[in-house]
Design a protein around this ligand. Structure first.
Ligand code: MGD
Ligand code: MGD
Ligand code: SF4
Ligand code: MO
Length: 695
C-alpha cells in the first residue's frame, strides 16, 4: 500500500509541536516531530508518540449525543449531526431571544486554533469569551502586563543561547515543550547553568547545577532576597535599569528588610547560597532567564512571585536580550503581513463582560481578552451582573481543571444549555446536555496558525486520516452551526477556502506549505529595547503600577509567611509528569499502560510518624473529600507538603481503564474556586491542607 507523509500539529497537549505523520491507507505507521522545525529535531515526547492510540481508542465519544436523563446521569440519545447542531442552534436562538446574546458563554483552552469559534461567539453578539487560564498562567500574564504593558508571550525564552536558566515552580523536563527541552539541553552542553527551585526533587532538579528545595509558598521571600542582593551589591545592569526601569528607588527601599538572612529563615535555604545565586546570575547576565512560571495558580502571593521573577530579569538586563527574554517578532516586525482573522469580521459586542473583567471595580486592570472564567461561573450562579444561560465548553474540562467538581456543577445549575465540544470523554462532557465529538487531531485539519517568536512563522495542520467514527473537525462544527443560525460570513465550503481567506493579505500561498508544513516569515531577529517597547504609560518598566494601585492591588505587597499546616496535616501540591497531559490521557491505552495511577509523595520522616511504608495504600482527606492511593515515601519532598500528579481519579463508567485509579487533586480543595488572586486572577489551588493515614 502507498505510504505518504502528512504535516500535522501534535494535539496531545497544548504546546502543539509541529509534526509529521506517515500513513498507509487509513492507518498511522509512524509519528515524528516535523524534521524541518527548528529545535524539534524530529522528536515528539512520549505523549505525542501515543497519538495513534488516541485514534484507535473506542472509548471516546463516537457520535453526537443529546442528554436523555438528568445532567450527569450518563443517559444519552444518539443524534445525527444535523439534529444535534439544529438542537444547539435552536436553543442558542431561544436563549438569545429571551436573555440577550450576552447570556451565551464560551470557554476554551487557549492556543492558536481559536479563530473560528471566537468568531462564532462574536457573530452571535456575546462578549463572553473565556479561556482556562485562571487555572494556569493568568498570574504570569498579568505580571507581565503590569510591569511591561505587554503580555507574557511578547517575550520569548531564548534557552538555546542562554548562560543561566532559573526554573522556579517550573519542571521543564517533565512539564514538556519539546523545542524548549532540546534547546535547554543544547545550552547545557555548551556550558549553561541550570538552577531549579522546587518543593521536591524533580527530573529538572536532577539536571540542575543549583537545586533549592524550598518551604512551599515561600518563593516570594526567596526572590525578594535575590533582588536585595542584586541592588545592595551593585550586581544589576545599571545602564539598562537607568534607561528602562521606573521606581528603582521605591524597589530598593522596599527590599531593604528582605535580605538573604530573612529569606533563609522563610525558605530553609542557607543565606550564602542565595547570595551566591545572585552573583552567578550577574556573571552570566544578560544571557539569563529567570522563568516567571507557567502553572502558577497556586498561592495567594503567586502573582507577586511572578512579578519579582520579571523584575529580576529586568535588573539583569535580560529583557530583550539574546539568551534572555528577547522581544517576540510578529509578522510585521519582519516586513510581512499577518493572517486575516475571522473574528475581525464582526463588530465588538456592545455589552460588558459578565465576569466584570475590564470594567468592574477591582477588575479594571485585568486583561479583557480571555477574562476569568471562574468569575463567569459565579455569575451563572448569582445572575449578577446579568444572567448567563448557555455555555459552550470547547476543548475545556472545568470540572477537572477547577477545584471541587461538585461546587463547579452547583454553579452551573442555572444553565439552560451546556454543550461540550471534545475529542475525549471528560467530566464536563459527561455533565453536558449535548456532546459534539471532535475528531482527534490526526483525523482533522485546522486553521492555519501563526507562531510569533524570534523567527515568526505560519504552520498548518492537515488531515492525516479519515475519521473512524461520526466525528468532525471544529471548523466543520462551527461552520454548520453558523449555517443553522444564518451567519453567512462563516459559511465556508471547504478548509481550503478558510485557509485562502486567512492568507489573503500575506503574500503566502497555500502551496508554500507543501514542502515543510510551515512557512518561515523571517528572522532570527533580536530587536533592541527602545522607547516603543514597553506599552506602559511612561514607556518604561513600571515597578509601581498605576493600574494595579487604582484597583487597590499593592504593587509591592509586604511578604506574609504561608500558614503552617496543623500537626498531622500537609499542604497539597501538584504538578505534571512526562507521560500524561492534564486529565485527558489517563485513559489512552498506551499511556495508561506506562502510568495507570498517581501516587502520593510524602516525606520519609512524616511517613514514619504516620506508620506509612513506601508503596502502602493511604487515605488522603480534606473534610468530606477523600481518596485512596499509593504512598511514595521519599526524602525528596519538603515535609510540610504532599504531592500528587494532577489528572487522575477518574469516575466515568465510559473510561474503563482510568476509572477508579488514583486520586483527583482538584477534589481535595473544597470550594476552592472561591479563593482567587485579586492581583493576578489565578485561583489559589495550593492553599489547602489534607490529612493522610494508612488506608
Ligand atoms: N508532560 C506534560 N507536559 C506539559 C503538560 C502536561 O499536562 N503534561 N501541560 C502543559 C501545561 S498546560 C502547563 S501549564 C505546563 C506546566 O508546567 P510547570 O508549571 O513547569 O509544571 P508543574 O508540574 O505544574 O509545576 C512545576 C513544579 O512546581 C513545583 N511546586 C509546587 N509548589 C511549589 C512551591 O511552592 N514553590 C516552588 N518553587 N515550586 C513548587 C511542583 O513540585 C512542580 O515540580 O506544562 C505543560 N507541559
Ligand atoms: N487541581 C489542579 N487543577 C488544575 C491543574 C493542576 O495541576 N491541578 N492544572 C491546570 C492547568 S496548568 C491547566 S492548563 C488546566 C487544563 O485543563 P483544561 O483546560 O480542561 O485542559 P485539558 O485537560 O488539556 O483539555 C480539556 C478537554 O479538552 C479535550 N481536548 C484536548 N485536546 C483537544 C482538542 O484538540 N480538541 C478538542 N475538541 N478537545 C480537546 C480533552 O479531551 C479534555 O477533555 O487545568 C488546570 N487545573
Ligand atoms: S510536548 Fe509532546 S504532547 Fe505536547 S505537543 Fe509536543 S509532542 Fe505533543
Ligand atoms: Mo496549563
Amino acid at each position: 500500500m502507498e505510504r505518504k507523509s502528512v504535516y500535522s500539529v501534535c494535539g496531545m497537549c497544548t504546546v502543539r509541536c509541529p509534526m509529521m505523520a506517515t500513513v498507509e491507507g487509513n492507518r498511522v505507521v509512524h509519528l515524528q516531530g516535523n524534521p524541518h522545525a527548528a529545535g524539534i529535531k524530529g522528536a515528539l515526547c512520549a505523549r505525542g508518540a501515543a497519538g495513534g492510540a488516541l485514534v484507535a481508542d473506542d472509548e471516546r465519544p463516537q457520535f453526537p449525543m443529546i442528554r436523555a436523563g438528568e445532567r450527569g446521569e450518563g443517559k444519552w440519545r444518539r443524534a445525527s449531526w444535523d439534529e444535534a447542531l439544529g438542537h444547539v442552534a435552536g436553543e442558542l436562538s431561544r436563549i438569545r431571544e429571551a436573555h440577550g446574546a450576552r447570556s451565551i458563554l464560551l470557554s476554551d483552552r487557549g492556543g492558536p486554533f481559536r479563530d473560528m469559534h471566537r468568531a462564532f461567539l462574536k457573530a452571535l453578539g456575546s462578549p463572553n469569551y473565556c479561556n482556562h487560564d485562571s487555572a494556569c498562567a493568568r498570574n504570569v500574564q498579568h505580571a507581565a502586563l503590569s510591569l511591561f504593558g505587554f503580555g507574557r508571550k511578547d517575550v520569548a525564552y531564548d534557552y538555546k543561547n542562554s548562560k543561566h536558566v532559573v526554573l522556579q515552580t517550573r519542571n521543564i523536563f517533565e512539564a514538556i515543550n519539546v523545542k524548549e527541552v532540546n534547546d535547554l539541553l543544547d545550552a547545557k552542553e555548551a556550558g549553561a547553568k541550570i538552577t531549579c527551585i522546587d518543593v521536591r526533587t524533580t527530573v529538572t532538579a536532577a539536571k540542575a547545577d543549583n537545586f533549592f528545595l524550598v518551604r512551599p509558598g515561600t518563593d516570594y521571600a526567596f526572590n525578594l532576597a535575590v533582588i536585595h542582593e542584586l541592588l545592595a551589591r551593585d550586581l544589576y545592569d545599571k545602564a539598562f535599569a537607568t534607561a528602562w526601569i521606573k521606581d528603582l528607588d521605591a524597589l530598593k527601599a522596599f527590599v531593604a528588610p528582605y535580605g538573604p538572612d530573612f529569606a533563609a529563615r522563610e525558605t530553609g535555604v542557607p543565606a550564602a547560597r542565595i547570595a551566591s545565586l545572585a552573583a552567578q546570575l550577574a556573571a552570566a547576565a544578560p544571557a539569563v532567564i529567570w522563568h516567571p512560571g507557567w502553572m502558577t495558580a497556586r498561592y495567594g502571593d503567586s502573582f507577586a512571585v511572578c512579578r519579582t521573577a520579571y523584575i529580576i530579569n529586568a535588573l539583569l538586563g535580560s529583557i530583550g536580550a539574546k539568551g534572555g527574554l528577547p522581544l517576540v517578532n510578529k509578522p510585521g516586525h519582519v516586513g510581512k503581513k499577518g493572517l486575516k482573522n475571522l473574528v475581525d469580521l464582526f463588530p465588538k459586542p456592545a455589552d460588558k463582560r459578565v465576569d466584570g473583567v475590564g470594567w468592574m471595580e477591582g477588575r479594571t486592570h485585568f486583561e479583557a481578552g480571555p477574562g476569568l472564567v471562574n468569575l463567569a461561573f459565579e455569575a451563572i450562579e448569582s445572575g449578577e451582573p446579568y444572567p448567563v444561560k448557555a455555555y459552550i465548553a470547547h476543548r475545556h474540562d472545568p470540572l477537572m481543571a477547577f477545584p471541587d467538581s461538585a461546587d463547579v456543577r452547583r454553579r452551573w445549575k442555572n444553565l439552560e444549555l451546556l454543550v461540550a465540544v471534545t475529542f475525549s470523554w471528560s467530566d464536563t462532557a459527561w455533565n453536558a446536555d449535548v456532546v459534539l465529538p471532535m475528531s482527534p487531531y490526526l483525523e482533522r485539519e485546522s486553521m492555519i496558525a501563526g507562531k510569533s517568536g524570534v523567527s515568526p512563522s505560519f504552520f498548518v495542520r492537515k488531515r492525516a486520516l479519515d475519521p473512524r467514527f461520526d466525528t468532525r473537525a471544529d471548523w466543520e462544527i462551527y461552520r454548520d452551526l453558523a449555517r443553522h443560525m444564518g451567519i453567512k460570513e462563516l459559511d465556508f465550503d471547504s478548509i481550503e477556502d478558510i485557509w485562502k481567506f486567512q492568507l489573503a493579505d500575506t503574500g503566502v500561498a497555500l502551496g508554500d506549505f507543501e514542502a515543510t508544513g510551515m512557512v518561515k516569515l523571517g528572522g532570527p531577529l533580536y530587536r533592541p529595547v527602545d522607547d516603543k517597547t514597553f506599552k506602559t504609560g511612561t514607556g518604561k518598566i513600571e515597578i509601581v503600577s498605576p493600574k494595579l494601585e487604582a484597583d487597590g492591588v499593592p504593587s509591592l505587597p509586604p511578604y506574609a509567611a504561608p500558614a503552617v499546616p496543623p500537626e498531622g496535616s500537609y499542604r497539597v501540591s501538584f504538578g505534571r509528569i512526562g507521560l500524561h497531559t492534564q486529565g485527558h490521557t489517563v485513559n489512552n491505552p498506551l499511556l495508561f499502560a506506562q502510568m495507570p495511577e498517581n501516587e502520593l509523595w510524602i516525606h520519609t520522616g512524616e511517613a514514619a510518624k504516620l506508620g506509612i511504608a513506601d508503596g502502602a495504600l493511604v487515605e488522603v482527606r480534606n473534610g468530606s473529600h477523600a481518596g485512596t492511593l499509593k504512598a511514595k515515601v521519599t526524602d525528596g519532598i519538603h515535609p510540610e507538603t504532599v504531592f500528587m500528579v494532577h489528572g487522575f481519579g477518574h469516575t466515568l463508567p465510559v473510561e474503563s481503564r482510568a476509572r477508579g485509579r488514583g486520586v483527583a487533586d482538584n477534589e481535595l480543595m473544597p470550594r476552592g474556586m472561591a479563593t482567587w488572586d485579586k492581583g493576578g486572577g489565578g485561583v489559589c489551588m495550593q492553599e489547602h491542607f489534607v490529612t493522610v493515614r494508612p488506608a
